[in-house]
Design a protein around this ligand. Structure first.
Ligand code: GUN
Ligand code: ZN
Length: 506
């Protein structure tokens, strides 16, 4: 039901098949609240929506909506013909502590109204919960997931009928901020086997900019899920986080933010949120921002303002999804990520957390890319750099070996230093952040395709010198001459290199 078409890092462009058609992922599902519609579902397509999400609990609770949905289906109720996911009321459970429906009832109801993706009544445990509570919530969530599976697979008779083709069944993963519980839950849920794997209980972390913990949770869960399983981040709808989440292998998002923020006079951008009152200009060229100016938005009546802001918010949200997909196709997702994560220091912390798991990303990442742009110290440890360091093991040499980190050509440097190139059995050049490379590799990825700044920053030099040192230390049978100029000379690793190589500074 899910097919991966293109990959970059752990991210992918995929096709998700549902009874009402195919969805291209990554994508975001706008939340439609049947009680309070700001933008009608039939208009959402214009912004780029391929699938929407609504709340089965809200429909179930209101007799008029419930009867209509059971009679004509949820698609007819909302006026939307394409794929549609329903949530179960778990979020209301989280917000209000209780809901007036059982897991069985809401699962059967979702089957009865013809939803394309149904969600059991999982229990979102808040971050930083007591461990006992997280464990008992989790046990109950797993019990409900089992029950939902039995009901939806028709192995258990029950009141409800299924409208249309069998929907996809989502298996939400909980566990609060306990990574071992998240892992255990992900393992148990994938063992049971679901069609979509949402990660739940994240909204409070997102609201508090706790991106490091979000990254840790996503990575813990992803490692226990099948690689080709679609992953949804429940309640994640801010475009600032898409590139990071997609890079970690998330495929589906949902957003009430476009509407909730609009009602609150908040204006989304891919690098943060503005209060309308703080805007002097509209930094966007969507149809809303092209047609109106900031004064008009501030002065028009409340209802029109909410509508226009919601439209703008949707435009930028889908534009960011397209930017992420384009980056995947070009294998430049890391570079998009590096730029987006400069929008807030805590996002940068999230990116640094990802770098702690560069080994994992490297396993998934494609082996060659068209380009590599070094964009700052977080580029010094990107997965490709790690992969390159591993490749160094193949370069063990013996005999007279020149390793040169130069600003000029090799020939010019040798002439200036009166070095006879012919006297060397092996010659390596050094390109930061990668380190030494044999001349034959100068056209290959990543050496040939990398664009790096001059002067290189400290982190880039450090990685390169670590790799020089690695070559020196593994090549026991070689005599080394290391040539380097500014700004390499002052680097503390030079002291270690001096112990193993004759150093010439130019
Ligand atoms: N919406 C936001 N968070 C959650 C969650 O954890 N579970 C469900 N079912 N819906 C959500
Ligand atoms: Zn706009």
């Amino acid at each position: 039901m899910f097919e991966v078409l293109h990959k970059d890092l752990m991210g992918r462009i995929g096709r998700l098949e549902t009874p009402h058609g195919v969805v291209e992922t990554p994508t975001i599902m706008p939340v439609v609240n049947p009680n309070l519609v700001l933008i009608r579902p039939d208009e959402l397509e214009r912004f780029g929506a391929e699938i929407i999400i609504t709340n089965a609990y809200i429909i179930h609770k209101k007799e008029e909506l419930r009867e209509k949905a059971l009679e004509g289906g949820v698609h007819e109720l909302l006026g939307w013909k394409k794929p549609l996911m329903t949530d179960s009321g778990s979020y209301q459970l989280y917000e209000y502590g209780d809901v007036e429906v059982s897991n069985r009832e809401i699962v059967e109801f979702q089957l009865g109204i013809g939803s394309d993706v149904i969600v059991p009544l999982d229990i979102p445990t808040p971050p930083d919960a007591q461990r006992e509570r997280a464990e008992s919530d989790l046990a109950e969530t797993l019990r409900r997931l089992e029950e939902a599976k039995r009901i939806s697979r028709g192995r258990e008779g029950g009141g409800g009928e299924v409208r249309g083709a069998r929907p996809l069944l989502a298996g939400p993963i909980q566990g609060s901020t306990f990574l071992d519980l998240r892992e255990r839950c992900a393992a148990a849920v994938s063992e049971m086997g679901f069609d979509v794997y949402p990660i739940g209980g994240l909204v409070p972390l997102l609201e508090d900019y706790r991106y490091r913990e979000l990254v840790e949770i996503i990575i813990a869960v992803k490692q226990r899920l099948p690689a080709d399983a679609p992953v949804h981040l429940f309640g994640v709808g801010h475009p600032i986080f898409f590139s990071l989440a997609v890079a970690l292998g998330c495929d589906l998002f949902d957003s009430a933010a476009y509407a909730l923020y609009a009602k609150d006079d908040r204006y989304l951008t891919s690098d943060g949120t503005y209060f309308l009152e703080d805007l002097h200009y509209l930094p966007c060229s969507c149809p809303v921002c092209s047609k109106y100016d900031v004064r008009y938005l501030k002065e028009c009546d409340r209802e029109e303002r909410a509508r226009l802001l919601a439209e703008h918010n949707l435009y930028v949200t889908f534009a960011e999804i397209r930017a992420v997909k384009q980056a995947i196709r070009e294998n430049r997702l890391w570079e998009l990520l590096e730029r987006r994560c400069r929008a807030h220091p805590l996002l940068l912390s999230g990116l640094k957390k990802v770098l702690e798991h560069a080994e994992l990303l490297e396993k998934y990442d494609v082996s060659t890319k068209r380009s590599f742009f070094y964009l700052g110290e977080t580029s010094a440890r990107r997965p490709e750099v790690l992969k390159y360091a591993k490749k160094l093991d193949r370069f063990e040499v013996s005999g007279n070996t020149l390793v040169a980190a130069l600003d000029t050509t090799l020939e010019d440097a040798c002439k200036a230093l009166k070095l006879d190139l012919q006297a060397f059995d092996h010659v390596f050049l050094v390109k930061p952040p990668f380190g030494p490379y044999p001349l034959e590799l100068q056209e290959t990825y990543p050496i040939g395709q990398s664009e790096v700044p001059t002067p290189m920053d400290y982190e880039g030099l450090t990685t390169a010198l670590e790799n020089v040192l690695k070559l020196l230390e593994m090549s026991k049978g070689a005599e080394f001459v290391f040539v380097c100029g500014e700004p390499w000379k002052e680097h503390p690793l030079i002291q270690k290199i001096k112990r193993r190589a004759k150093c010439i500074f130019v």
